[in-house]
Design a protein around this ligand. Structure first.
Ligand code: URA
Length: 232
């Protein structure tokens, strides 16, 4: 249960004072009736709340799969770049999403947004060994034998520029200069650094799968609501 004024603050209708004024003005309906009490306790998963004709969308957990376009930061706010959360429209626009794992500014593909910190942990904690698959394009023509070296431990630098031993779980060449690579960890620039370690420069990188969930035909900027079971 949550107080009506707290819910409306959480849903970005304004400050505590502003939402209390909103409630007093009669703009808020709970289950079809005007609710004037700011401390009305309700269960947003069960009670229907309408503010100025807008019905609030609420689930105990909301998970979105989005195809992050190139040029968007995997973040909620940034002073300089567009952020992935800017792409989210109604009825999800009032929800504070956490981002489960990052993609570089110049990478695209599958990103999971969720309201649950536990889900972020379950997807990103290295101990959970959630497999992520990337579609990679390199500047150079790929030699298959060279590519297979990524299945053996190889040294890269991690996000703190410390040496780090890693290997791919799966790798396959898909054309002259493209490959699919699967990893169960997610160090900073990991795919680019692994390819660089065997002499290839990654010129395009797209994440196509996280756990069981495949990007499918989501276009850049498109998103869809999914369940945790779809991923884990
Ligand atoms: N590895 C990278 O190098 N970049 C990404 O965005 C994701 C994985």
């Amino acid at each position: 249960m949550i107080r009506l004024d707290r819910l409306l603050v959480n849903m970005k209708f304004g400050s505590r004072k502003e939402v209390q004024d909103l409630i007093k003005s009669g703009a808020v309906l709970v289950d079809g009736k005007v609710e004037l009490k700011k401390d009305r306790k309700l269960n947003p998963a069960l009670n229907k709340v309408v503010v100025f004709d807008e019905e609030l969308y609420y689930q105990d957990e909301i998970i979105l799969a989005i195809n992050k376009p190139i040029g968007y930061l995997s973040a909620n706010v940034d002073a300089f770049h567009s952020v992935v959360v800017d792409l989210i429209g109604a009825p999800y626009h009032r929800i504070d999403f956490k981002i489960a794992g990052r993609l570089d500014l110049d990478s695209e593909g599958l990103l999971i947004l969720t309201t649950s910190g536990k889900t972020v942990h379950d997807i990103t904690n290295p101990n959970k060994k959630i497999i992520k698959t990337y579609d990679v394009t390199t500047e150079e023509i790929i030699d298959e034998e060279m590519l297979l070296r990524l299945l053996e431990p190889i040294r890269i630098l991690d996000g703190n520029s410390e040496p780090y031993l890693t290997k791919a779980l799966n790798i396959s060449k898909t054309s002259e200069n493209t490959a699919l690579i699967s990893l169960d960890e997610g160090k900073f620039h990991q795919v680019k650094r692994m390819f660089r370690a065997i002499g290839y420069e990654v010129i395009s990188l797209k994440r196509i799968q996280i756990g069981k969930y495949h990007l499918g035909n989501l276009e850049p900027g498109e998103y869809v609501e999914i369940k945790k079971d779809d991923i884990l």
